[in-house]
Design a protein around this ligand. Structure first.
Ligand code: ZN
Length: 507
C-alpha cells in the first residue's frame, strides 16, 4: 500500500470506530437519564432502546468489516505508518474482537437474558432475604462464565481472564501475593484500633442536615477540586455514579441522607474524583476510543484519592470545616476540628461493603475474591455460598451476618455476571496510596496546600500523571511511570498506620 492508501484506510477505520463511540455516548446518556430524571412509566421502553443500541455497537465490534480493518492495519508494512492513537485503537479492538467474536451470538444473547432474569431474582431474593430464590439463577450465570472461559482461554489461571476485563494485565499470581501481604497487616492494625480506649465520638454525625444545604456544600468542594460545571452537572440518584459522555460532558450524581451527611459529602467527592479523570483527558484523544479511563482500578484510584487521601485528611477540613459549619451551625456546635476529623474517620468492622471504612474495605473485597476464584474453579458450590460467606466474614472481619441480605446477597455484581470486578476496588485503594507517595516528592507541602483550600496543584498533578493519557497507557505503565514500581500494598499500609495512630491515639 502506498502512503495515500494507508491514510485512507486509517481514516476509514477511525470513522468506523467513531460510530461505535457515538453509540456508546448515546447509551451513556440514556443510562444517566434512567438513573436520574426518567419518569417511571417510560423506563421499560427506554431500556429496550438501550438494548437495541448496545447490540448495534456490539455487532459492529465483531463485524467482518472490523475484522478486515484490523487485519489490514496490523500488517507490518502498515502498522508503523499510522498515528500512535490509531495503533492503540487497533490494539484495543483486536483484544475486544478476539474476546467477543469467539462466543456464538446465540450463547451471548442467552447469557444476556439469563443475566436480566438473575437481576430480577436477586432483587427479590434480597428483599425477601431468601438465597434460594437467587441460587438457580446464580448457578446459570456461573455456568455461562465457565462456558465463556472455554472460548476465551487462559494462560495460568482461568480467573486471570476475568480479571483482565477490568484490570488489564492483572493476575491471580500478583493478587494472591498482594492480598496476603495486605491482609496480615490490615488485620493487625484493625486489632490495635479496636483495642484502643480512644474511640472517636460520632454522635454529631447523625443529626438532621437538610439535603439542599448539603448540596450547597458540594458545589463549593467540587469547584475547589477543579470540577468544571460548564462540562458537567450534579444530580440526585439512588446508587451514585459518575458518567463521562465526553470530556465536555461528565456528570456526577449523589445520594442524600439527611441523617448522615457523610453519605453525600464523601460520595460526591468520590464521584467528583472519577469525573476529574474523564474531564481532563488530552484534547487530541476526544472522540476516540482512547478517551476514557484506562482501567477500573486506576479509575477507582482517582475517586479514592479525593475521597480519602484528600477529603478524610485533617488539613482539608481546616479549610472546609468552617464552610460546612456555616450551612448547619447547630449540628457542629461545640465540636472541635479535631473531634470532627476523628469522628469522620471512625473504624467499625461491618457487614456491608459499601458502608465500610478505609481500614476494613479491602478485607470485604478479599472475601469476594477468594469466593469467586473458588467458584470458577469448582472448589466450592453455589449452594454452600451463604455458609462460606459468613465464615469468611468472621475470619477476615470478625463479624458474622445474621441474614443473607446483609451477607452473600448484598452486591448486584454476580447477578450481572461481573466476576473479576471486585478486586479493582481494592486495587484502587492500593494505587491511590502509591500515587500519594509519588506526589509527596513533587508537592512536599501537600498538607499546607489542603489547609489553604488550594486543591488545584493536586488536580493538575493527577492530570499530568494519569488523566491526560486516557487509555493510551495501560494501568501498569501508569504505575511504573509515576511511582517507579508495580503494585505495592505497603504504601497503603503505611498510610493507614500513620493515620489511625493519630485518630485512635495508638502508641
Ligand atoms: Zn468509584
Amino acid at each position: 500500500m502506498n502512503q495515500t492508501e494507508i491514510q485512507n484506510l486509517e481514516k476509514a477505520f477511525m470513522d468506523f470506530v467513531h460510530k461505535i463511540e457515538h453509540y456508546e455516548e448515546a447509551i451513556g446518556l440514556i443510562d444517566w437519564d434512567l438513573h436520574t430524571k426518567a419518569p417511571k412509566k417510560g423506563r421499560a421502553q427506554r431500556s429496550e432502546v438501550m438494548g437495541t443500541l448496545s447490540e448495534q455497537a456490539f455487532n459492529m465490534m465483531i463485524s467482518p468489516e472490523m475484522k478486515d480493518y484490523l487485519e489490514r492495519l496490523s500488517d507490518p508494512d502498515v502498522k508503523g505508518k499510522v498515528s500512535i492513537i490509531t495503533q492503540k485503537t487497533v490494539e484495543y479492538y483486536q483484544k475486544e474482537y478476539e474476546r467477543n467474536h469467539r462466543i456464538p451470538g446465540e450463547r451471548y444473547r442467552a447469557f444476556k437474558v439469563a443475566a436480566a432474569n438473575a437481576g430480577d431474582a436477586w432483587e427479590d431474593a434480597k428483599k425477601n432475604d431468601d438465597f434460594s430464590l437467587f441460587l438457580p439463577h446464580l448457578k446459570k450465570i456461573i455456568a455461562f462464565k465457565k462456558e465463556f472461559l472455554q472460548y476465551w482461554g487462559y494462560d495460568e489461571h482461568p480467573y486471570d481472564t476475568l480479571l483482565d476485563e477490568y484490570e488489564p494485565g492483572m493476575t491471580v499470581k500478583i493478587l494472591d501475593e498482594v492480598f496476603a501481604k495486605l491482609r496480615g497487616q490490615l488485620v493487625e492494625l484493625l486489632q490495635q484500633v479496636m483495642d484502643s480506649p480512644h474511640r472517636p465520638d460520632t454522635d454529631f454525625i447523625f443529626q438532621k442536615f437538610d439535603a439542599r444545604r448539603q448540596e450547597a456544600f458540594h458545589y463549593v468542594v467540587l469547584k475547589a477540586m477543579g470540577y468544571d460545571f460548564d462540562a458537567g452537572r450534579l444530580d440526585e440518584t439512588v446508587h451514585p455514579f459518575a458518567t463521562g459522555l465526553n470530556p465536555g460532558d461528565v456528570r456526577v450524581t449523589t445520594k442524600y441522607d439527611e441523617g448522615d451527611f457523610r453519605t453525600s459529602v464523601f460520595g460526591t467527592i468520590h464521584e467528583g474524583g472519577h469525573a476529574l479523570y474523564e474531564q481532563n483527558i488530552a484534547p487530541e484523544l476526544i472522540g476516540t476510543t482512547m478517551c476514557t479511563g484506562t482501567s477500573y482500578g486506576i479509575h477507582e484510584s482517582q475517586s479514592l484519592f479525593w475521597e480519602n487521601i484528600v477529603a478524610r485528611n485533617r488539613y482539608f477540613w481546616e479549610h472546609f470545616y468552617p464552610e460546612l459549619r456555616k450551612l448547619n451551625p447547630d449540628q457542629f456546635d461545640g465540636i472541635s476540628l479535631d473531634q470532627f476529623y476523628r469522628g469522620i474517620n471512625v473504624v467499625q468492622p461491618s457487614l456491608i461493603r459499601i458502608e465500610a471504612d478505609e481500614l476494613t474495605y479491602c478485607l470485604h473485597v478479599m472475601v469476594r475474591y477468594e469466593i469467586e476464584k473458588a467458584l470458577i474453579t469448582d472448589q466450592i458450590k453455589a449452594e454452600d455460598l451463604p455458609q462460606i460467606w459468613n465464615d469468611k466474614m468472621e475470619e477476615y472481619l470478625g463479624v458474622r451476618p445474621d441474614s443473607d441480605r446483609e451477607g452473600v446477597l448484598q452486591d448486584v455484581h454476580w447477578s450481572m455476571g461481573d466476576f473479576g470486578y471486585f478486586p479493582s476496588y481494592a486495587l484502587g485503594y492500593i494505587y491511590s496510596a502509591q500515587l500519594k507517595r509519588a506526589m509527596d516528592r513533587d508537592i512536599p507541602d501537600f498538607d499546607q496546600k489542603l489547609a489553604r483550600g488550594e486543591l488545584s496543584p493536586i488536580r493538575e498533578w493527577l492530570t499530568d500523571k494519569v488523566h491526560r493519557h486516557g487509555k493510551m497507557k495501560k494501568p501498569i505503565e501508569i504505575l511504573q511511570d509515576v511511582t517507579g514500581e508495580g503494585v505495592n500494598p505497603q504504601h497503603l499500609v503505611d498510610y493507614l498506620t500513620e493515620k489511625y495512630r493519630n485518630v485512635y491515639k495508638l502508641s
